[in-house]
Design a protein around this ligand. Structure first.
Ligand code: SF4
Length: 415
């Protein structure tokens, strides 16, 4: 009988994807979803904050106490904590994400080993996930060459590199033939696509849009400087989602310097105004409570946020990550204050989102993604959520909706 392997995955979509790949690649072992019956446990770790590290450590202690399974460590934590855990004898072996297809040989080694692999590795497969058989996540690049002072990602995922363009297009072609209409381009730093291969994100999107069956293209988070003149030329294209997510991380010029960000607030504002004038909904990422965020700088940042045409927000409180420049910066912000600031920011953007939805006076192009408690949930071209009541099964359908009600958090319609 084959030995059973339990996968414990921490962190982001990339790790979930890597675990899927490992499960699919295993031939000498069986996957189990029941932790207590596992002979082997693979921890696919996340190391993005100190908190993430401690989740991994406490899970490891739990396995040590509750089972006699052999434990292997992979994922981002392999690069930061792997060697230490191996020397302490707490894991049997450590391997990097580039080694995932060799999972059988990794798990069968009888001596302790540390094989962090290659940080320049590029996956062959680009399809990351499917949702509702109507939209697909396509990984177009990996890694990041920025060095934001709070972020460990470039050190554990490597510098930016792009997936092979022909392979991306080939995958999208076959998915479109199978009925997929919406494609979401993802990666660690999506906007850096094509930098070393003489291509660009705008060029890639144009090529994707020419594939028959492609209806809407969505993008993960891009950096302000990546909205280049070439990108601005595609803003009017009907296949581009009317929502862009552009990571600012802060709106105080001094905080942006502390955070070693490449964006400059004045230019960010010009860019956002240009996009808003073309009818785009705009989301951003923001970190509150990074060291150095005095009340004065925070107040200035909020004055700026109020001025920006923002509609969506993905915000976090700062979380310290050892090994990054921010971890040793003075003037730390109390966690409670960081949380209050997060709530203040969230309520400003929520109000702006409501205003945006009220001001819109047209048809919503909605793709229904799933059903929950008898209601169909989808997103429109502005990435606003809509909940639809219907007697028909709408999952996977595209709807044009003119009559709908605007509620505080989302839109609602009956069709
Ligand atoms: S751009 Fe994003 S992934 Fe890259 S260093 Fe900055 S925060 Fe990290």
């Amino acid at each position: 009988m084959k030995k059973k392997v339990y996968f414990k995955t921490f962190g982001c979509r990339t790790n979930l994807y890597d675990s899927q790949v490992m499960m699919g690649a295993m031939q000498d072992y069986d996957v189990t979803e029941i932790e207590s019956e596992a002979d082997v446990v693979v921890i696919n770790s996340c190391t993005v904050t100190n908190g993430a590290d401690s989740h991994v450590r406490s899970y490891l202690s739990h396995v040590e106490k509750s089972s006699g399974a052999k434990v292997f460590l992979t994922g981002c934590g392999a690069h930061t904590k792997g060697e230490k855990l191996l020397t302490q004898g707490r894991v049997q072996g450590v391997f990097g994400q580039s080694e995932k297809l060799k999972i059988d040989s990794m798990l069968s080694k009888d001596k302790p080993f540390y094989e962090p692999g290659d940080l320049n590795h590029i996956d062959e497969a680009v399809v990351d996930d499917f949702v509702g058989m109507s939209r697909a996540f396509i990984k177009i690049q990996e890694g990041c060459s920025f060095r934001c002072s709070y972020c460990i990602i470039p050190f554990v995922r490597g510098d930016a590199r792009s997936m092979d363009e022909d392979r991306i297009l080939e995958q999208i072609r076959s998915l479109a033939l199978n009925g997929f209409g919406e494609f979401i381009l993802t990666g660690t730093n999506v906007g850096s696509y094509g930098q070393k291969t003489d291509s660009s994100l705008a060029l890639l999107m144009k090529k994707i849009s020419q594939i028959r069956g492609v209806r809407r293209i969505r993008l993960g988070s891009v950096e302000p400087i990546q909205i280049t003149d070439e990108f601005k030329e595609i803003l009017g294209e009907p296949w581009l989602e009317r929502h862009l997510h552009i990571a600012l991380q802060h709106t105080s010029p001094q905080m942006l310097k502390h955070m070693n960000r490449r964006n400059i607030y004045k230019q960010d504002r010009e860019l956002f105004e240009l996009l808003a004038s073309k009818g785009f909904a705009i989301g951003t990422d923001f970190i509150t409570g990074h060291p150095g965020e005095s009340q004065e700088l925070w107040n200035e940042a909020m004055i700026n946020v109020k001025d920006l045409p923002l509609t969506h927000l993905h915000a976090f409180t700062y979380s310290k990550r050892d090994g990054t420049p921010s971890a040793t910066m003075k003037l730390e912000v109390n966690g409670k204050v960081a949380k209050e600031r997060l709530h203040e920011l969230e309520s400003i953007v929520k109000a702006k989102n409501l205003e945006f939805r009220k001001a819109f006076n047209g048809e919503l192009e909605v793709l229904i993604e799933n059903e929950k408690d008898g209601l169909y949930i989808g997103y429109d071209q502005y990435f606003n959520k809509i909940s639809v009541e219907s007697d028909e099964d709408l999952v996977g359908n595209w709807l044009s909706i003119k009559d709908y009600k605007i509620k505080k958090e989302f839109n609602y319609a009956r069709v």
